[in-house]
Every structure is written in C-alpha cells, then in structure tokens.
Design a protein around this ligand. Structure first.
Ligand code: TTP
Ligand code: CA
Length: 362
C-alpha cells in the first residue's frame, strides 16, 4: 500500500490566537510584535493577520516600517506571548495526535502526520479525515488551519501552503507531477533565497524545469546531496518517514479553580496535586525539564503565562515547586482573578543524555 501523508499548518498563528482571545480585533490589522524596548517603535513584527498583510506588512519587518505601510489605518500592535501560543499549540497537537497513525510536530504551528493505516491508503478517507481535523480544531480552539494531503512529506507540505488560509489541498499520487510542475521552485521545502537565485541564474524557474534538469548539472551547482534531494523533490519523490520525535516534548496540567481568585496560597494549594502528578510523570519517563511555565486563564478565557528556563535541567520536585510559586507570584501581581491555572514543563531531556552531558563536562 502506498503511503498517505498530511501536513497541517495553522493560519497566521500568533495573530489568530490574539483574535481568538479578543474577537473585536478581527476587523483590524493585528501585528504581533517583539518589542526590543529602546523606543515604542523599536522591534520587529513576528507575524500579522491577513488584514495587515493586505497593506504589505510582513513577518520580520521593523515595527516602524509596518506602521508606515498601514498608512494611517489603526492597527493593533500586540506583544508576542510565546507561552500562550504554546498552550494553544499543545491542545491542537493533541487533537491531531489522537486521530492519526503517527504525528511529527515540525514547529509550534505545524505538523506532519501519517494516515496510511487509518485510511487504508484511500484518498477519499484521507480527505474526510483532513476535514474532520480542521473542523475539530476550529470547533474546539476557534482556529483555522490549512492542510495538504499527498503521498509524502514534500508534497503534503507544498499542498498545505497551496491554498491559505483555511485551505485543503489533496494531491493523489497520479496528480503529483501535474500539481508540482507549474509551481515556482521556491515552493519546495529547503529552497531558500540562495538556492533559488542559483537556480534562476541557470534558467530553472518552475518545478518542471528542475524536475527535468540533468543530474550532472545540478550536482555541479549544489553538490551530490542537495542535487539528489532537489531532483527527487521536484519529481514528487520523497521517502522520509513521519517520525514521532520521542513522545512528549512537554508535560502540562490545567485545573479549574474552585473560585476565581488572585490568592497565591489558594492557587498553590489547589495546584499541588497536579504538580505532584506532572512530577511523577516526569520521573516515570526518566526525564529532566529545563523550562517551566505557569499558565493563568481568566473569566474571558484569555491566557497569560510566565516562564523560566533553568541553567541546568532537573527533575527535582522542590525546584519545580519553588519555580512555579515564584512564577505565579509575578503573574498574579500583574493580572486579576484567575479562573483556571496550570503548569507546563518543556525542553524535556532524557536522563541518559543528561548523564552523558555531565560526564563530558566533568
Ligand atoms: P508561519 O506558519 O510561517 O506563519 P503564520 O502562521 O503567521 O502565517 P501563515 O501560516 O498563515 O502563512 O509561522 C508560524 C508562526 O511563527 C507565526 O505565527 C509567528 C512565527 N514567526 C515568526 O516569529 N517570525 C517569522 O519570520 C515567521 C515567518 C514566523
Ligand atoms: Ca502557519
């Protein structure tokens, strides 16, 4: 049976999360920014919604330039809150994971999945499953996503990018070459500006040009390894398996508090059982954590997080409890009553890796 692989990418992710938390933003250009602090306008745009993109706002653009692009139209400039986006990301990944054969998270807002067994290799069933994923993510998280389905990762990734936002593109094995041929070479994953420039200088503009370029010519330009990849990818050939990269990359627990509260002791007491539980899980899996986040959810369902990266990974419960308390103390100083509270451990590492690291260090 030939494989069926999918790629799901959440649309304008950070900006969409901000819209979900504050729906009144939907008709406004939303720019999620990393402020560097010197002046109110120093920093860059991390991402923006499609309203802002219509004015020419782009990821990585200085905030001052983005403001000029908006040309007097008022935009919402929002500080990036990575911890918050991770909470949404974790929940979306769980929705996908429970419905596919194998999930490979490829970034905070994207994942590959293998659904060969699940669909019996049938593209009709794959299409239905892709729609089910999109629908479930939209109903539970209010987030739209774009999905690509194909015989391998290279095709699935290009397909998910083909119709955005809220798209679904299914490319059956027999359609692969016709789908890829007219596309521009920079659609292929791994073709960055440098590779694209070199290809264009050699009159290779479309994927079909690349697919028919003589192997020796590509090898002269890029060396054996990249040449082989480019040749295969442009012909829709890719054997890379979808790999679950070692199970949980994070462990988290959320609770609903008995009453909405801003009281550190109250929250600390209610969080004790889930904290013990998450620590037990960590130890049973022989893992150390390096990053710990606290999560507070408010009446209006908006999420605020604080996180800390430790100098060295640990599985020490007293360190965990102390850090969580300190992080909640700062979080609560800055915000009102919480409805739900949670903790998340990430940058998890195997104890074995850890031991060999200290041995090297010693
Ligand atoms: P992308 O998936 O590239 O972009 P996007 O989700 O904002 O937009 P779309 O998929 O609809 O085209 O990146 C995912 C997140 O990564 C994005 O929401 C913010 C972050 N990001 C940056 O911080 N800087 C960048 O330059 C890019 C491209 C993304
Ligand atoms: Ca995205």
């Amino acid at each position: 049976m030939s494989r069926i692989v999918g790629h799901l990418d959440l649309d304008y992710f950070y900006a969409q999360v901000e819209e979900v938390e504050n729906p009144s933003l939907r008709d406004t250009p939303v720019l999620v920014c990393v402020f560097s602090g010197r002046t109110e306008e120093s920093g860059v745009v991390s991402t923006s919604n499609y309203k802002a993109r219509a004015y020419g706002v782009k990821s990585g653009m200085p905030i001052a330039l983005a403001k000029r692009r908006l040309n007097g139209v008022e935009g919402a400039f929002i500080r990036m809150d990575h911890g918050k986006y991770e909470v949404y990301s974790d929940r979306v990944m769980e929705i996908i994971r429970s419905r596919v054969d194998v999930l490979e998270q490829a970034g905070i807002d994207e994942a590959f999945f293998d659904i060969t067994k699940k669909t019996g290799g049938d593209y009709g069933a794959a299409t239905a499953l892709a729609l089910e994923l999109k629908d479930k993510i939209f109903r539970e998280e209010k987030l739209t996503s774009s999905v690509g389905i194909g015989p391998n990762k290279v095709v699935a990734k290009i397909a998910s990018d083909f119709k955005k936002p809220n798209g679904l593109t299914v490319v059956r094995t027999i359609e692969v070459l016709a789908f890829l041929s007219p596309l521009s070479i920079n659609r292929i994953y791994g073709v960055g500006p440098k590779t694209a420039k070199l290809l264009e200088e050699n009159d290779i503009m479309a994927v079909s040009d690349l697919a028919s370029a003589p192997a020796e010519r590509l090898e002269d330009l890029f060396g054996k390894k990249l040449a082989v990849y480019l040749h295969n990818a442009s012909n829709g050939v890719d054997e890379e398996p979808v790999i679950d990269r070692g199970g949980a990359s994070q462990l988290s627990r959320m609770i609903t508090l008995k009453h909405d509260t801003n009281d550190l002791d109250q929250i600390g007491a209610e969080l004790l059982p889930p904290l013990r539980d998450v620590h037990e899980k960590l130890v049973s899996k022989n893992l150390f954590f390096r990053n710990v986040s606290t999560i507070g959810i408010f009446k209006d369902l908006s999420i605020h997080t604080r996180s800390k990266t430790l100098e060295t990974p640990t599985n020490d419960y007293s360190v965990l409890e102390r850090e969580v308390r300190e992080l909640f103390a700062t979080l609560l100083r800055e915000v009102g009553d919480l409805r739900r509270a949670g903790v998340r451990l990430s940058e998890l590492q195997d104890m074995v890796d850890q031991r060999s690291l200290t041995e090297f260090a010693g």
